[in-house]
Ligand binder design. Structure first.
Ligand SMILES: NC(=O)c1ccc[n+]([C@@H]2O[C@H](COP(=O)([O-])OP(=O)(O)OC[C@H]3O[C@@H](n4cnc5c(N)ncnc54)[C@H](OP(=O)(O)O)[C@@H]3O)[C@@H](O)[C@H]2O)c1
Length: 243
């Protein structure tokens, strides 16, 4: 798939991993719709940087804690830039809970934002995709779905759902739309933690370092470009799954 001239949507594209993905798309010639929830200024700054790279960029805020808003997200992107043919589902929560203390309300909130939203955003994206355009979706999942955390229970179950959703959607949306995922390991420290937190986690990895966003962006671009890959989940985890 030639990325140049396409229109892409990145959920949570104003900050951190989502921001790096949005700018990676822009560098590849993709016009980007940068979705945000609370990070209005960072999203606008990201859009400005994207425009400096020579593409069109627009921002829009939708609170994705309600999956019925997924259609609004795609609609907003389409009205801003035109019909998107790339969707990157990056927005997510990262609550701390366990099976012992999670409440039904907290469970529903996590599953809505982290699993249902990408599902219904993909549904709306597929419905809006013109017949004469092929499309591609990349979901962001977590390598710890295979080796769960002792905490972040509802999050890791939701991300496990993303793994299965990626494969089921890839099958059902082929050949018009490809659906892949990247499973991240230690990429950035959590927002409230410093670098030393991530460095401590990374010390035990075979590659013994924090990933940063560059390898994430590189594999997403590669999955988008490679027309013969769908239903794939690629780990970006410094070999963490080996230990
Ligand atoms: N960082 C890592 O090392 C790592 C590791 C494994 C997996 N991941 C996955 O990679 C992705 C990006 O991670 P990150 O660390 O960059 O995430 P993050 O810092 O936790 O950012 C969360 C993103 O989700 C958006 N968001 C949160 N609640 C929302 C809501 N109710 N409605 C709409 N958007 C909402 C935020 O938007 P606003 O800021 O605009 O509110 C923000 O862009 C996530 O899917 C995460 O699970 C990351």
């Amino acid at each position: 798939m030639d990325l140049r001239g396409r229109i892409g949507v990145v959920t949570g594209g104003g900050v951190r991993v989502g921001r790096a993905i949005a700018l990676g798309l822009a560098r590849s010639g993709v016009d980007v719709f940068i979705h945000y929830n609370r990070s209005a200024e960072p999203a606008e700054r990201t859009a400005e940087e994207a425009r400096e790279l020579g593409v069109r960029a627009a921002v829009g805020s939708v609170d994705l804690s309600d999956p019925t808003k997924a259609a609004e997200l795609i609609d907003l992107a389409e009205r801003s830039l035109g019909a998107p043919s790339i969707l990157v589902n990056s927005a997510s929560g990262f609550p701390s809970d366990t099976i012992a203390d999670v409440t039904v309300d907290a469970w529903r909130a996590t599953l809505d934002l982290t699993l249902a939203l990408p599902v219904f955003a993909t549904q709306a994206f597929a419905a809006a995709l013109p017949d004469d355009l092929d499309g591609a979706v990349v979901n962001i999942t977590d390598v710890r779905t295979q080796t769960p955390y002792r905490e972040h229970f509802s999050y890791v179950v939701a991300k496990g759902g993303i793994d299965t959703f990626t494969k089921a959607a890839a099958l059902q949306l082929a050949p018009h739309i490809r659906v892949n995922a990247v499973a991240l390991g230690v990429i950035l420290p959590p927002p409230k933690e410093g670098d030393s937190y991530a460095e401590k986690l990374a010390a035990d990895l075979p590659l013994a370092r924090v990933g940063g966003t560059e390898p994430v962006v590189a594999i997403i671009l590669s999955l988008l470009q490679n027309d013969f890959i769908t239903g794939e989940i690629v780990r970006v985890d410094g070999g963490g799954h080996l230990t």
